[in-house]
Design a protein around this ligand. Structure first.
Ligand SMILES: *[C@@H]1O[C@H](CO)[C@@H](O)[C@H](O)[C@H]1NC(C)=O
Ligand SMILES: *[C@@H]1O[C@H](CO)[C@@H](O)[C@H](O)[C@H]1NC(C)=O
Ligand SMILES: *[C@@H]1O[C@H](CO)[C@@H](O)[C@H](O)[C@H]1NC(C)=O
Length: 407
């Protein structure tokens, strides 16, 4: 239930814990972790849409004219051969990068170069969408975690079968031109084959455009722990300066229900400013729900199939909010549902957009990247870059990128 606290409060908690250490039996301090690293300067200009909260009716029906698979997203200059999965994109100061999940890099000799629960790579050129520049794993940098761990998490993770995993399947929340928040599901392994979902965590990513240094900070260990909904881990969107954070109820609804929290972007790091939507009463509350059963009527979206990964955004082309998603029935298919406001009412009759070609097993982690559409001369939402995790016949997994173009 711990949420983001202000930095000042965090320091206060640490000082308090230190001074009461000798008498306290529970020496729980709020976890922190931070890191900084150089970023490549590949720049792709983007223009953001700024929709009204309620955009009214759709200007055109959903209809796909073409689908294109470009292939594996890969850094052509990296001598490491890299496998990884999941991931979402983020754009700061016209630089679009992807943060991927569990990543393994092999040297040209075939020896292991590194394994990390996250890796980060910059998009080089929007017109060449497969081409990335890795900057946390390569022969030259070795490897590091772009999303930092606390000392305790890092220590535990030295033993692979006890490690922490930070996984994202969605894009970041845009807070300003140079700052964003990215949510990660936190899983903890107890053996090599068994892991437990603990909640999600959120990292503040800030770029210094002069020094080209990225700073990544986690103010608390968890944003939302596993007694509540992992808001922001399914999808997120900023409209009129308010961040809408979408979370799946995997525990009680088997991921059919999507619950929503909101916070003004300027107050993102202040837990007291978060509100939680109850669709059954159409009201926001500052009190965070702690579910003990399915709360179907309180959900902003009740799907007709269980959601897996998704992206919510405003499509200027359709004049409507779109939720593009993959389901848990692992049919490797991008689908869409639509709404006139971030909260709905969602028309849950989905349209199939693209059944992608799978390899040895199903594709997963389908995510859309509408930001690419702002630079290709089309209206935002008209042509849409999407990526997904592809499982190859040789047992490896890697991201592929493609495009869906609407009529
Ligand atoms: C990003 O690119 C757009 C389009 O060219 C431009 O209007 C904007 O000023 C750029 N933003 C930054 C921070 O450079
Ligand atoms: C939730 O997290 C706690 C640790 O904070 C863990 O002990 C528990 O097993 C988790 N619950 C579930 C349902 O995974
Ligand atoms: C809901 O979406 C479906 C699929 O796009 C569409 O056929 C249907 O007309 C929509 N319903 C309403 C009420 O707009």
């Amino acid at each position: 239930m711990s949420l983001i606290v202000a930095i000042a409060l965090l320091f206060a908690v640490q000082v308090l814990a230190a001074t009461t250490l000798s008498t306290s039996t529970t020496t729980t301090t709020t976890a922190t972790a931070s890191t900084q690293y150089a970023v490549p300067t590949y720049s792709n200009p983007v223009v953001w849409a700024s929709p009204k909260y309620n955009v009214g009716s759709m200007s055109r029906a959903i209809s796909v004219s073409s689908k294109t698979e470009y292939g594996q997203m890969v850094d052509p200059d990296n001598t490491y051969t890299i496998y990884r999965d999941g991931g979402g994109s983020c754009t700061l100061y016209n630089r679009t990068f992807f943060i991927f999940d569990d990543t393994t890099g092999y040297k040209t000799s075939g020896a292991l170069g590194g394994f990390a629960t996250n890796s980060i790579a910059m998009a080089r050129d929007f017109s060449d969408p497969t081409s990335l520049k890795d900057f946390s794993m390569s022969d030259s940098v070795g490897y590091f975690l772009p999303i930092p761990m606390t000392t305790a998490e890092a220590t535990a993770s030295k033993v692979t079968s006890k490690r922490y995993a930070f996984w994202t399947y969605t894009n970041c929340v845009q807070l300003s031109e140079t700052s964003a928040a990215h949510f990660f599901l936190v899983n903890k392994y107890s053996s090599s084959t068994s892991d437990t979902f603990l909640g999600n965590t959120v990292a503040q990513l800030s770029i210094n455009p002069t020094t080209n240094v990225m700073s990544a900070v986690r103010y608390t260990e968890f944003a939302f722990d596993n007694t509540t909904y992992p808001y922001g881990s399914f999808a997120s969107m900023v409209v009129n300066g308010v961040a809408y954070l979408y979370g799946l109820d995997a525990t009680y609804s088997s991921s059919y229900d999507v619950h929503v929290a909101s916070v003004p972007v300027g107050r993102f790091w202040d837990s007291s400013k978060y509100q939680y939507w109850d669709a059954s009463t159409s009201t926001w509350s500052y009190t965070q729900p702690i579910p003990t059963a399915r709360r179907q009527s309180s959900a902003a979206i009740q799907g007709t199939m269980p959601f897996s990964s998704g992206t919510v955004f405003y499509s200027e082309y359709h004049n409507q909010y779109l939720l593009i998603f993959f389901n848990r029935w692992i049919d490797s298919t991008f689908r869409v549902i639509t709404a006139p406001t971030p909260l709905g009412p969602w028309n849950i009759t989905n349209s199939v957009l693209w059944k992608t070609t799978s390899g040895a097993s199903y594709n997963y982690g389908g995510v859309a990247h509408p930001v690419y559409g702002s630079s290709d001369g089309s209206t935002i939402g008209q042509s849409l870059k999407v990526h997904f995790s592809y499982q190859d016949d040789d047992g490896t997994t890697y991201p592929k990128i493609g495009q869906i173009t609407f009529k």
